[in-house]
Design a protein around this ligand. Sequence first.
Ligand SMILES: [Zn+2]
Length: 139
Amino acid sequence: MSLGLRSYRTARTAKRCSMHGCRRAIQPGDQYLRTSLPPLVDVNSSEHWWSLNVCTVCMRDDATAEENSAARFNEQHPIGTPVRAYPGFRPEVDASARGLDTRTRSAASVLGRTAVVWVEGHGACIALTHIDVIEGGAS
Ligand SMILES: [Zn+2]
């Protein structure tokens, strides 16, 4: 699950959406999402906090994308599918990251704004981006 902080705010000053490819203006009085990622977490590979302003259009697109990814996962991978889960960092981010070979114990769903799934042997849900399906594994 993402460790990012998210808060919904009402803009007091005009700003621009920071999502890639979106240059929509966020006007005073508009709702927007302020999201902050700690250093070295998720897509933030820098050593500094990232703060992003997300306009309502991007919020919606983002939520839909997560729902689609959960639905696609469920179509292809029933509960009990063997997976390697990375509760912390993915190995691409931290070479010492340790995967957990396990299987799913729930269908994927969107929790908050992140597509997640629960696996055996780990209490908390794990973002689908931290799940690799073990192809050819017996289920
Ligand atoms: Zn936007």
